[in-house]
Design a protein around this ligand. Structure first.
Ligand code: FAD
Length: 472
């Protein structure tokens, strides 16, 4: 244990953030790293519980008490080694993970959780700064070739682990640059793209071959891959947007959130110059209360929107552990996103009923309060509450209500894209050459789950290709 009484002496201190007013003037990250003293105090808060619920809550099963202890003692190489035993890219999760580990922290039952995510980020950045992060080539290749389609966190994680296990890896990516949603979905103010570049350079040095601007199914055929590879991993994400049941065809100003976020990411990284969707001086409405909706809010504030309103079906969530489920394994602690702090009118329990236009241009939305009812089959239906209708100004509407699954190329009709739970260990599809991974397998999810998927698929591939690691 770091110290015997750190959790009594010190209260939780998050990394210092730039004020909302200041940070919306730029797209960069806005947290100041911990000072040495703060890091020592914050790591001292870990109680080194007999049963570390933080570890069980983490989809990667990170050994949190041990890396925390190493960081507390300034043993940065040890801390990084312990952390990367289970987590291939802690510099990503240390920035954008919603940190289920912190929801599991026992200290959080009657105090505030240990700042595990910030400690993880500090360890990752110290390790880079002190040159402990080095490209490691596999000692021997096993002669089997694997194609990974998609370079999001799931594809990158699988490429890393399979390469280390001795497979020859080629990653195909349809976009110009690598990273999937890390690059084209998540804005720079959450994850600056230089961290993706830095990791990719290491993966290249480790021997992974990347082919960009190549859409498999369009630019090259799946048949070609079948002939040339022993296994094909479809890490193609789940980016097919869920549509909203409101008449919006041909209305100028209605967009899916990803059109906007991809554009913003391209402009910030200078991959694109002109914007098709321009929110400056406009009334923006975002439908949907998840990460995607939040990222639209943060981006629109930085791009000078006149007003931003977010509509959410749900009731306002509690910001603390619920009284019904306070225990670590079940606790869900809702937090306001940093984008909400930057300015946004949130309307809960509401939905849009009609889009009002002038000469086809969106000008306002009629909204109504709603009650969510569960029918006998457990299906949720929304019921409009009478006499609650009103109209809000809206020039631009972003639909951010989730994704229904992967965009599937017609030549992959033979593959059963059935969605399974994260806990299922089955990655192979009905066609034994093809495997599903990440959001394409489990539905829209989290970066931490995508990384875990990439690690956990190795055993299945070894088994299916009849390889024993001892053969290496
Ligand atoms: P993706 O990241 O979607 O990558 C799939 C890749 O496959 C893409 O690069 C795509 O171009 C490529 N591809 C698809 N088809 C082909 C083809 N035929 N040929 C070649 N390439 C192809 N999670 C968090 O944990 N924290 C967050 O803060 C967070 N914020 C998010 C914000 C937004 C806006 C969104 C949309 C998601 C967010 N998520 C967040 C979720 C997280 O980004 C995803 O769960 C994760 O990226 C899934 O990884 P993946 O590798 O499975 O898929």
């Amino acid at each position: 244990m770091a110290t015997l009484d750190g959790f009594i002496k010190y209260s939780r201190q998050s990394a210092k953030a730039e004020s909302p007013n200041d940070r919306i003037s730029h797209f960069n990250e806005f947290y100041t790293p911990y000072t040495e003293q703060t890091l020592t105090q914050q790591t001292a808060r870990c109680m080194d519980c007999g049963v570390p619920f933080c570890h069980y809550k983490c989809p990667l099963e990170n050994n949190i008490p041990d890396f925390n202890q190493a960081a507390h003692e300034g043993r940065w190489e040890d801390a990084y080694t312990i952390l990367t035993k289970t987590n291939p890219f802690p510099e990503f999760t240390g920035r954008i993970c919603p940190a289920p580990c912190e929801q599991g922290c026992v200290l959080g039952i009657n105090s505030e959780a240990v700042t595990i995510e910030e400690i993880e980020k500090t360890i990752a950045e110290k390790a880079f700064e002190l040159s402990y992060v080095k490209a490691k080539k596999p000692t021997k290749y096993n002669g089997k070739k694997i194609a990974i389609i998609g370079s999001g966190p799931a594809g990158l994680s699988a490429a890393h682990y399979l390469n280390q296990a001795g497979y020859t890896i080629t990653v195909y990516e349809k976009d110009k640059k690598l990273g999937g949603l890390l690059r084209y979905g998540i804005p720079d103010f959450k994850l600056e793209k230089k961290y993706i570049e830095r990791r990719i350079q290491i993966l290249i040095k480790e021997g992974i071959h990347f082919i960009t601007e190549t859409e498999v199914g369009k630019d090259i055929e799946f048949d070609m891959l079948e002939k040339n590879y022993d296994a094909i991993i479809l890490a193609i994400g789940a980016q097919k947007p869920r549509s909203y049941d409101i008449e919006s065809k041909n209305i100028i100003g209605v967009h899916y959130a990803m059109e906007y976020l991809t554009q913003a990411n391209r402009i910030v990284s200078k991959e694109q110059k002109l914007s098709k969707i321009n929110v400056k001086g406009k009334h923006v409405v975002v439908i949907g209360g998840g990460d995607t909706g939040s990222d639209c809010i943060g981006t629109a504030n930085r791009e000078g929107a006149l007003s931003i309103t977010q509509l959410d079906y749900h009731n306002k969530p509690p910001l603390i552990r619920s009284e019904k489920t306070p225990w670590p394994m079940d606790a869900v602690v809702y937090q306001e996103s940093t984008s909400h702090q930057e300015g946004c009118n949130r309307i809960f329990k509401s939905f849009a009923t009609h889009l009002n236009t002038e000469k086809n241009q969106l000008v306002s939305i009629s909204i109504s309060e709603v009650e969510i009812k569960n029918d006998v089959n457990g299906t949720k239906t929304k019921q409009k509450i009478p006499n609650t209708s009103r109209t809000i100004p809206c020039d631009i509407l972003f639909i951010a209500i989730g994704f229904t699954g992967p965009k599937i190329h017609p030549s992959l009709k033979k593959i059963d894209f059935k969605r399974v739970s994260f806990n299922s260990k089955e990655y192979v599809t009905n066609d034994s050459k093809y495997y599903l991974l990440g959001d394409a397998r489990i539905g829209q999810s989290l970066v931490v789950n995508a990384l875990a998927e990439g690690r956990n698929i190795v055993n299945e591939i070894d088994r299916k290709l009849n390889l024993d690691r001892a053969d290496l």
